[in-house]
Write a protein that binds this ligand. Structure first.
Ligand SMILES: Cc1cc2nc3c(=O)[nH]c(=O)nc-3n(C[C@H](O)[C@H](O)[C@H](O)COP(=O)(O)OP(=O)(O)OC[C@H]3O[C@@H](n4cnc5c(N)ncnc54)[C@H](O)[C@@H]3O)c2cc1C
Length: 274
């Protein structure tokens, strides 16, 4: 199968509207947030379901054309950089929260759900999705799982891998696997950890069941100054060794503190106290 036959078949799977081959459209996908590496894909496909992803994977496999997944493209390690001339599969249409089960503290989501959107939905009910990369207002839960992303609160709550209960994945030949279980431990080998953090190299994640965490009863923020970085790091170890694991700890150097104070002083003068 040559590339134009492949594009024709991909179009039959997802519809004309969701296959891009025009050079100006392809250019918008030629890198992720690691902008020093670029590669123009031969086609961009935007599927709407696991079944469509299965067919896309099978077709690319048959045509021996590289297939790369992309969520929001915020990756800083070039994972979503397209293979030149290959197919880039973008999960932006698969952005639905399929089910929230507060009794079992889980949510079933499509891979293109924006990280923060899930917590925005569940927080008023007393729960949130704990992994919080700083890009959480833009990045997707599928991308987070592929990168095993973490954020400030992962010190206490663990990285993404600790919050994936189950997942549906499509292998490169189009085979569909269900890993983990929505209930307690699934029988057999627990293969989730192999796929989480694999940067899309093992499979395309098409559905994820993630754990929900109760909101904290209260939040207190403390700021302390230290004479040296060594003292600050030792204090982190001491606090944890004392048995109190804070939800988050950030170390800021003098320049960062001064920059923040400058912005805060400016905002206060303008009357912006939020
Ligand atoms: C300002 C900024 C702040 C950031 N802060 C953090 C941070 O605090 N912590 C952190 O860990 N990262 C951080 N990142 C990096 C990035 O946001 C994370 O790696 C994030 O998880 C990527 O999600 P994404 O949806 O953008 O994925 P993409 O960038 O689109 O893709 C990332 C990888 O996942 C693969 N992938 C995407 N979707 C799927 C899927 N459905 N199935 C299989 N593979 C898939 C891609 O092929 C690629 O290898 C930051 C980035 C920016 C720009």
């Amino acid at each position: 199968m040559n590339f134009s036959d492949l594009v024709e078949k991909l179009t039959a799977v997802v519809g004309e509207e969701f296959v891009h081959t025009a050079p100006e459209a392809l250019r918008t996908y030629d890198c992720d947030a690691l902008t020093i590496y670029k590669g123009t894909p031969g086609a961009v496909v935007i599927p709407g379901s696991t079944e469509e992803i299965r067919q896309i994977a099978r077709l690319c496999h048959e045509a021996k054309v590289p297939l790369i997944a992309r969520g929001a493209g915020t990756c800083l390690s070039g994972g979503a950089t397209p293979a030149p001339g290959g197919v880039l599969l973008v999960t932006m249409r698969m952005n639905r929260i399929l089910e929230i089960d507060y009794e079992n503290l889980i949510a079933r989501v499509q891979p293109g759900v924006i990280n923060l959107h899930l917590s925005n939905e569940t927080r008023p009910h007393g729960f949130h999705y704990a992994p919080d990369p700083s890009s959480q207002m833009a990045c997707t839960i599928g991308g987070n799982a592929a990168e095993n992303s973490g954020g400030a609160h992962c010190l206490k709550y663990g990285m993404t891998t600790n919050h994936i209960q189950a997942m549906t994945v499509v292998l490169s030949n189009g085979e569909i696997l269900h890993l983990g279980s929505d209930g307690d431990e699934a029988p057999g080998l627990d293969l989730r950890g192999i796929f989480v953090g694999s940067e899309g190299t093992f499979a395309l994640m098409t559905e994820l069941t993630v754990r929900l965490t109760p909101n904290p009863e209260g939040v207190r923020t403390m700021l302390t100054t230290f004479a040296s970085v060594g003292d600050a790091c030792q204090t982190v170890s001491d606090v944890i060794a004392a048995g109190a694991v804070p939800a988050a700890m950030e170390l800021m150097d003098r320049y960062t503190v001064e920059a923040i104070e400058k912005v805060m002083t400016r905002d206060l003068k303008r009357g912006n106290t939020s």
